[in-house]
Write a protein that binds this ligand. Structure first.
Ligand code: NAI
Length: 454
């Protein structure tokens, strides 16, 4: 049989592409070497959100007295949290597997590699068997970056240094956890293990946490977690991992912080090796598959979506890229746009943003107005956040009088940001946004308030 589409990788890009393509009547074959759902469902987004929900409940109980709730000391039963996480993951991966089966997507649990061209399509090999497809979608995702830091390989093999995959399975809370890299994974894991009782130290090479988020919001995030007891070593580059701690350089000096476990969260590398891309000449740059706005690679009928193209390593980007790829396979013109992709850090408080930040707008030389207001202008925020110091920031393009960025640090930020995303993606004019009605009382009203304060 010659399939209409062969998909390599069953994460958010791969399984969504299968769903859309099968729904449109294509015959689809999916290869996944682990479990369907990819990093997102198995060892990323979903498991960490189950952890972080527990942390939020515990934090709420701990500070309940501020809100008139009287309860004794709250603590986390981590082994139970891990068990629940496993149940949640199983439910969702089971759902994806059932969906694929229902749509008659053939799924093979094996690593697959492209052999070459055959007929008017391509040949793929897995477990010694050969398969043919007219089109290919490369959706093999990414894995935790493992740079050549002295001792990292040895300590990883010894189970002392962990990535996002291994730390989710640890059933004992480490007494002293050192997190290398204060980016998205680093901050979310630091947040959970801080609540679970670890003494957490984050060692970050740059001067800000959270990656390329707004500078003021990054500072507030760090301040909130310093108050909760996390130690931050900023501007500190890890150079060595020893069996009992981490060595880093700061201002020309070498220092060491002790640890029981070390989380390595210093970025991710696209999975482009061992899948036969070279056999058909797919262009790969800096280990990522190069794609255009239609998610096409340099080879005919070969597409790539998700982390493997390194454009924006987020599950929600992967979903949309997969749709764009399938639409173009079907001859429906569809283009990927990256200017309004929301980003969220699920800490407590949450951080979310979409579009330009103050810094990125200035770097691009845009003429912008930046409006920063306290979240305390939203009544519900005040009701629910005793002593909260959240902010909301709008970035307005003066030339066109439209909103090009929204950034916030507040509870519910993750659920509010899609609304801001619509305003930015649809390039709405400020005067039109002023006429929109927001539900009251909600934390989301902060956007309307900030617009009126411009
Ligand atoms: P990241 O790129 O967000 O952060 C890595 C951090 O490590 C950076 O701040 C970097 O300066 C630092 N670093 C690098 N080398 C270092 C060294 N030798 N010593 C000290 N610090 C060093 O990467 P992260 O956190 O691993 O996340 C990977 C990907 O997963 C990201 O693309 C992220 O968007 C995605 N992700 C998204 C989530 C979400 O949407 N909530 C949750 C988790 C991951």
């Amino acid at each position: 049989m010659v399939y209409d589409l062969i998909v390599l990788g069953g994460g958010p890009a791969g399984y969504l592409a299968c769903e859309r393509a099968a729904h449109e009547g294509m015959s689809v074959l999916l290869f996944e070497k682990r479990e369907v759902g990819g990093v997102c469902l198995n060892e990323g987004c979903i498991p960490t959100k189950t952890f972080l929900y527990t942390a939020k409940l515990k934090d709420g109980a701990e500070h309940g007295d501020k809100y008139g709730v009287v309860c004794g000391g709250a603590s986390i039963d981590h082994a139970k949290v891990v068990k629940r996480k496993d149940k949640v993951v199983k439910t969702l991966t089971g759902g994806v597997a059932a969906m694929l089966k229902g749509l008659k997507v053939e799924t093979i649990k094996a690593p697959a590699a492209i052999i070459g061209r055959k007929g008017n399509g391509y040949e793929v090999e897995a477990d010694g068997k050969h398969y043919e497809g007219v089109r290919l979608l490369i959706a093999t995702g990414s894995e935790a970056a493992m740079p050549p830091i002295d001792g990292l390989k040895e300590q990883f093999e010894a189970g002392f240094a962990l990535t996002n995959r291994e730390i989710l399975a640890v059933t004992d809370v480490p007494k002293e956890l050192v997190v290398i890299g204060g980016g998205v994974i680093g901050m979310e894991m630091a947040s959970y293990f801080n609540s679970a009782g670890s003494t957490v130290t984050v060692v970050e090479m740059l001067e800000q946490v959270g990656g390329p988020i707004d500078v003021e919001i990054a500072a507030l995030l760090k301040k909130n977690y310093e108050k909760k007891g996390i130690t931050f070593k900023m501007g500190c580059k890890v150079t060595k991992i020893e069996k009992d701690g981490v060595v880093y350089e700061t201002g020309g000096n070498s220092e060491k912080v002790k640890a029981d476990k070390v989380l390595v969260s210093i970025g991710r590398t696209p999975n482009t090796e061992g899948i036969g891309l070279e056999n058909i000449g797919v262009l790969v740059e800096r280990r990522a598959v190069v794609t255009d706005e239609y998610m096409k690679t340099n080879q005919p009928n070969v597409y790539a979506a998700g982390d493997v193209n390194g454009n924006s390593m987020l599950a929600h980007t992967a979903y949309r890229e997969a749709e764009v790829a399938v639409n173009n396979m079907l001859g429906k013109k569809d283009r990927m746009k990256y200017n309004a992709i929301p980003g969220v850090i699920y800490t407590n408080p949450e951080v979310a943003g979409v579009g330009e930040t103050e810094q990125s707008a200035k770097e691009k030389g845009l003429d912008v107005t930046v409006k920063t207001i306290s979240m305390r202008f939203a009544g519900r925020y005040v009701a629910e956040n005793e002593g909260g110091d959240g902010i909301c920031k709008l970035i307005v393009d003066n030339k066109w009088n439209k909103l090009i960025g929204v950034h916030m640090i507040t509870n519910y930020a993750s659920e509010i940001i899609w609304g801001a995303d619509v305003l930015v993606a649809k390039e709405m004019n400020i005067e039109d946004i002023k006429k929109m009605v927001f539900p009251h009382p909600t934390v989301s009203e902060i956007i309307r308030e900030a617009i009126w304060q411009l």
